[in-house]
Design a protein around this ligand. Structure first.
Ligand SMILES: [Zn+2]
Length: 243
């Protein structure tokens, strides 16, 4: 073996070691939607569900807007899913009970809505368990679905979801209404209607005033197009917790 060959071999080995180490460290970045979706770790939407759509509301219960949303959903005979924040459940126990009583699904959106990327596994686990406990205390039902604040995901978050027996749920990429950005109701309506497809999961926030108004337009139009509105659990083909 000549000197040149040894050099090439040496550099080749270095590149191999370097990329292996880099891959191991950059775990989170390498694992994208397709990785987690294929494994069933995270659900963004369920296209095989047929003409069904799940409306979801994050960050509540909110003393004013959740009530408006509930009223709108009732008016249109539609069931939805509320990803509640534990400390808001403590503030609004009656409202939490009302969500459940009116036939909607309660899901877990952590206790204090922390930044989850830097949170330890143990702390995140506590956030989920504490919320599950307060929801159970107030409604007698356990949460089976969770959504991380900001929709962040990585191996750590998936691990916590599994440890606490929750299915991680995000939302259809074209169905983030971004209602928190103070967008006009018309824009939200247009986005949800034009993007609607089988098994979509639509993201609203019940800390915002726009959802209730937008739903008054969205629901009748999509019903006319043949869509049915269901809870997220009803959308899941493998759910053990169908209501
Ligand atoms: Zn949130």
């Amino acid at each position: 073996m000549g000197k040149r060959h040894i050099w090439v071999l040496g550099i080749g080995c270095l590149i191999f070691i370097f990329t292996t180490v880099a891959n191991a460290q950059g775990d989170g970045q390498k694992k994208n939607r397709w990785y987690y979706e294929r494994r069933g770790d995270i659900v963004w939407e369920v296209p095989k569900a047929g003409k069904k759509i799940a409306l979801t509301f994050d960050d509540g219960p909110h003393p004013v807007y959740t009530r408006r949303i509930l009223k709108t959903l009732k008016r249109h005979h539609v069931k939805a899913t509320f990803f509640v924040v534990g400390k808001n459940v403590i503030r609004e126990p009656q409202l939490t009970r009302r969500i459940r009583k009116e036939g909607h699904e309660l899901a877990n959106h952590t206790y204090s809505h922390p930044g989850v990327r830097r949170l330890s596994l143990q702390k995140l686990k506590e956030e989920i368990e504490k919320t599950q406990a307060v929801v159970f205390k107030n409604t007698g039902t356990k949460t089976h679905l969770m959504r991380s604040p900001g929709g962040y995901y990585n191996d750590k978050i998936i691990k916590v979801a599994k440890k606490t027996k929750h299915q991680m749920i995000l939302w259809s990429w074209d169905q983030d209404t971004q209602d928190y950005r103070k967008r006009s109701v018309i824009r939200i309506v247009r986005q949800v209607i034009s993007g609607a497809s089988n098994g979509d999961i639509v993201l609203f926030h019940d800390s915002e005033p726009r959802a209730a108004v937008a739903l008054n337009y969205i629901i009748p139009i999509l019903k006319k197009k043949g869509y049915r509105f269901v809870s997220v659990s009803e959308l899941l083909p493998f759910s053990k917790h169908k209501k």
